[in-house]
Design a protein around this ligand. Structure first.
Ligand SMILES: [Zn+2]
Length: 506
């Protein structure tokens, strides 16, 4: 039986976001386990819906042994600092070198949209360093996030890559298992698969990528139906449209042992994607319009109207501290509204000092120093306090042990805002329920999330409205100040083609 080295090194990089990911951000883990090296990796990943956990479980069932190297994951943000990248990649390579003589394969749990201060294509660099240790003799496979910006270098340096098929990502562990099946085929056949990749030539807004809606639900259905006849592993990555690097953008890629069958599945998939371009529509409302409409609907609805504060989504690089939507809820005197998570450690600390039931003045949010962003100042009553420690139960964050630091629920008139000290995307009801706050009892629930919230909050929603309140993750990629995309890629479906600015590089 084989011995397989396994490692996680994930970061989704929004090069327009307000803060970078240093080593400390990987140490805390941002909702996933904190930075871990060596044997302990297998303990910290247990029972969590993440690719490495699914991969390890699948290969162990086949009787293989695993050699854990590192686990590193940080909340999406701007670039990974050189310090963090070199420390983590350094540990990964050292661990691999120590065990290289006994290793039969390497599995990497990567995101696919990592940009470091020095490397535009973080994963291409990680794969190059792994390849330098193990050479071509040892198969190297990777799983990728659905938001991967896949590069030619990643494809060339790996023997196979398999991406998630759901957004919200409820199939992360399952993707690890599908990657294990590709590696098993490599073992069984004693050969490497053919690999194909085709970048698509338009960016897809994040909120148009949900697989709970069209066209993605249909596309992944078509993709899945072509796999078995082609004996292939096919992936479509809509990409992460906020990384200003040449490899940013959607792609289809696939691996298979029958070249002709793989090619024909691939051509069909390409035509399907081309035909679907018109259906990638992202619709969003201003905060004022959205709040007015939500108040109106909530008057007669029995379930909450969900407002997705997509432009400050911590899952896409926001810091979770903008106040545009909170202001609109207060201004329009929403009678029964819940907003979370507003990331503001000083406000959480102040609430804990003031104590339950106290009504004191707070200056909430706008801690990132973004221009034209201001705190909400006013007297709020401290309604709940928590240590921020709880385990998520929803389909996306299932099993993740949160340590968000001091948290508090603060109320002003009909609006309750839940503040936390460490940033994480509001994608699990337990973030409120652990404080005995039932999101279902509110008329309006405003969440700092783009799509992942749908996995756990979708079933309790009367309606979902995507809101474009001011924030760093622009919902319309055509509005971002791009400088370094590849020439000619369209900035959204049927949008304008990118031309490098004077003085910029393509
Ligand atoms: Zn993702």
């Amino acid at each position: 039986m084989a011995r397989i080295a396994v490692a996680t090194f994930q970061h989704e990089t929004n090069t327009f976001a307000p803060s970078k990911a240093g080593f400390a951000q990987f140490e805390s883990g941002g909702g996933w386990p904190g930075y871990t090296v060596g044997a302990h990796v297998l303990e910290v990943i247990q029972g969590i819906n993440i690719p490495i956990a699914g991969f390890v479980e699948a290969v162990r069932k086949k009787g293989h042994g695993v050699v854990p190297l590192v686990f590193a994951n940080a909340t999406p943000s701007a670039q990974v600092t050189d310090d963090a990248f070199e420390r983590i990649a350094g540990d990964l390579v050292r661990q691999l070198e120590l065990r290289a003589s006994e290793i039969d394969a390497v599995y990497l749990d990567l995101h696919g949209a990592m940009v470091s201060e020095r490397f535009d294509d973080g994963e291409g660099e990680i794969l190059a360093r792994v390849r330098r240790v193990v050479g071509d003799r040892v198969p190297v496979v990777a799983s990728l996030d659905l938001h991967a910006n896949v590069s030619e270098a990643m494809l060339r340096r790996s023997d196979g890559m398999v991406a998630y098929r759901t957004y919200p990502h409820v199939d992360m562990a399952e993707t690890g298992a599908r990657t294990a099946s590709l590696l098993q085929a490599i073992f069984d056949r004693q050969e490497r698969p053919h690999k194909l990749m085709r970048p698509l030539d338009f960016l897809i807004p994040l909120t148009a990528q949900s697989t709970l809606a069209q066209p993605c639900d249909r596309i992944y259905g078509e993709l899945g139906r072509r796999e078995t006849p082609a004996q292939a592993w096919l992936s479509f990555t809509p990409g992460f449209p906020a990384a200003d690097v040449p490899c940013c953008g959607p792609a289809i890629f696939g691996m298979g042992f029958d070249r002709a069958a793989l090619e024909s599945a691939f051509v069909e998939l390409g035509s399907i994607l081309e035909a679907e371009e018109r259906n990638f529509q992202a619709e969003f409302m201003s905060p004022d319009h959205a709040v007015r409409q939500a108040i109106d609907i909530a008057r007669t609805a029995s379930r909450p109207v969900i407002l997705a504060d997509t432009q400050d989504n911590p899952g896409a690089g926001g810091n979770g501290d903008t106040t545009g939507l909170l202001s609109a809820l207060l201004t329009h005197r929403a009678p029964s509204a819940l907003l979370g998570l507003l990331i503001d450690a000083p406000a959480a600390r102040r609430a804990h000092e003031a104590g339950l039931g106290a009504t004191v003045e707070f200056s909430l949010g706008a801690k990132s120093g973004l221009k034209q962003h201001f705190p909400v100042v006013g007297r709020f009553t401290v309604e709940r306090l928590s240590t921020g420690e709880f385990t998520c139960v929803g389909p996306f964050y299932r099993g993740a042990q949160m340590q968000l630091g001091p948290m508090a629920a603060l109320r002003k008139d009909g609006v309750t805002v839940v503040v936390a000290s460490k940033k994480v995307q509001a994608a699990d009801q337990e973030m409120f329920r652990h404080m005995t706050i039932d999101p279902q009892s509110f008329g309006i629930v405003a969440l700092k999330s783009s799509v992942h919230f749908r996995a756990h909050f979708g079933p309790i929603a009367e309606k979902v409205i995507v809101v474009a309140a001011p924030g760093p993750m622009l919902a319309d990629p055509a509005q971002l100040p791009w400088r370094r995309l590849r020439r000619g890629i369209r900035l959204k479906p049927y949008g304008p083609a990118f031309r490098p600015p004077l003085g910029g590089s393509a």
